[in-house]
Design a protein around this ligand. Sequence first.
Ligand SMILES: [Zn+2]
Length: 244
Amino acid sequence: MSSFPFSTSNSVQVIEKKRNYILSKLLASDPGFSAVPVRSIMFITLQNMLKLYDEIFLNGALGAHYRSIKVTVSSRLLSSAGKFIHPRTPQLHPDAEIRMSSDFLFRLKNGPFELNGLTVATPQEAFLVVFEHELCHAIEVAYFGTTGHSSRFMYFAHGIFGHNKHTHDLPTIAKETTQKTGISVGSRVSFPYNGQTLNGIVSYLGKTARVMVPSSRGMYYLNNDRRQRYIKYQVPLSLLSLIQ
Ligand SMILES: [Zn+2]
């Protein structure tokens, strides 16, 4: 792979030293963020996190490529712990966003947590490792215009941040629901509706579930399969029963 203005062969010791330095800076300036469980996170802490990572790990590469990267937290991001929202053409649309899930951050209590092939001790460190994953998406888009979880992505994730995987095992709402009820995306479920029982397939899990119920009057298809139409229902998790 061609050369980059930052190291892609950091040792574990160097990575931990740099990550701990960033963590200590952020904790010292934000009492809500340093509490366990985390109570709040200030806007300036998010911007500082980006700035410190760009300086300390990336030698300013992101600042040089993007006009701006907004770092936000969202309580509505439930399906993953973080998300990189990227311009399709960074040259023409130089503004990007890294959106972090506050739901996941505020619910983490006692570690250790397993994520991206690493084991970390605290919720705050887990938050940083999720952020590192999103930074790798930003780097890929900056240099190649596209991003995914390919071997190229892992080259950056491993070489810069020591990640060994691109999956994580954090307790998102969807995962907790699956653990408690056995219901996951794709499960067949039933639920009461206007005095009847409807059967359908779960297509999304968050604070509520989206269930697709087969009906000739439906306006939706599942996985683009045009042989069956569905009506979409938003159902509280407590009303769902798994059909075995
Ligand atoms: Zn990703």
